[in-house]
Design a protein around this ligand. Sequence first.
Ligand code: HEC
Ligand code: HEC
Length: 427
Amino acid sequence: MLSSRLPDALRYRLYRSSALLGLAVVTASLGGACGDDVTDGSGGEGGASSSSSSSVGGAGGEAGGSEAYDWGLPPGYPKPRVPADNPMSAAKVELGRRLFYDTRLSGNQTQSCASCHEQALAFTDGLAVSVGSTGEQTPRSSMSTVNTGYLSSLTWANSNLSSIAIESGLLLETQAMVPLFGEDPVELGLSGMDEVMLERLRAEPVYQAAFPAAFPDESDPFSLQSVLYALAAFQRSILSYRSAYDRYNYGGDPTALSASALRGRELFFGERLECFHCHGGFNFSDSVAHEGTTFDEVMFHNNGLYNVGGTGDYPEDNTGLYELTGVPSDMGRFRAPSLRNIALTAPYMHDGSIATLSEVLDHYAAGGRTIETGPYAGDGSQNPYKSELIAGFTLTEEERADVLAFLESLTDEALLTDPRWSNPWKE
Ligand code: HEC
Ligand code: HEC
């Protein structure tokens, strides 16, 4: 197993597959994917295919899963894949919503998932790097939990996650173990406290009805697996499909995008800026999977953010894929995040080191970022491991405004206050 070769300090970011298989998904059917040969939706505009009836895991997914559940999506918009072992239901999503906002899910009962994934900020936290329940900083910036059901790989650079996902589809189910139980850094701080957490949950009257409703077939529905499965079902339900761009692209409303945003769209999807190669498809990322895909694309790129000492290095605590593989060319390679709601999720990049979208454009226009002084000094445009797609370009002031207008058109205002995903404990 890849994880056994890694220093302890790095393990928190892994899916901890062995622990997972023992603990969380004992009953999971780890069957492979099946289905029609449908091409991947990434790499172009609106490239999603929703024509296929294939789904991961087969039977379970069909029977109780995605077909029966109302995603609320408009026609033409792909549905997330649902693992056979964890079909969607309204009761499970509602339980997951309760748990997502429940501070009993942290050791000292100060934080919940929502502390770092706030609805008003498209489920990010507005910080460069997050702060856990005991005050420890994470090395990386919080990511949006919107549209995570479409991702073929989770977090900024964890290739290890995806191999399990491909087998079982239980990507979100397992990822939650990292914030819950991780010790380096501590996020929710529940290491060794799973029973304590379950006792807390059992004592809550709301849960005494909600757990059995969500897991009617379980003799004891109060289990860690139930918590993980309900959290995953809730996260799968959080979908962004009502931005101006969506109204234009899927909703048949030609007036939804301004003239400036339309020009920006041309630039974004054009060969001068090259953005779409890595941020393409309906989810604006090239690591995407949905009901209509059978091939899981998992991509990582170095976009020239650093070149410490001129040797291509990234800061020690954030070397990207290299951290897992030790392969030199994996230095600084991260997943291209979705750009949906990007105007709301500043600061940017894996370490929150770029403050604004305009500065992000400066970074790409220069073909990489130059840091003049300090421990991370170096010219990122000369990073030997940089993707060849980050070649630099010039933009007029009008073009810059156009690209920004396009990026802003990806903001889904309805998502930010949708009661389906808000804090249920406040109702
Ligand atoms: C202390 C802040 C914090 C808390 C609490 C927290 N997260 Fe996160 N979350 C993060 C950070 C930081 C990342 C990026 C991690 C990385 O790349 O190493 C992240 C990443 C994720 C991702 C990956 C998203 C993507 O696009 O790949 C998911 C899903 C997620 N968190 C779900 C949860 C859930 C569920 C909980 C509660 C059980 C939770 N988080 C609690 C900070 C937090
Ligand atoms: C070679 C692939 C690639 C290309 C081309 C590319 N990006 Fe990125 N983008 C990435 C990766 C990888 C990251 C994350 C890098 C990191 O954190 O170190 C990223 C990060 C971003 C972010 C920050 C996301 C966040 O959540 O913090 C924005 C905004 C962005 N890119 C916009 C663009 C735009 C606009 C273009 C075109 C000018 C573009 N990208 C071209 C791969 C790419």
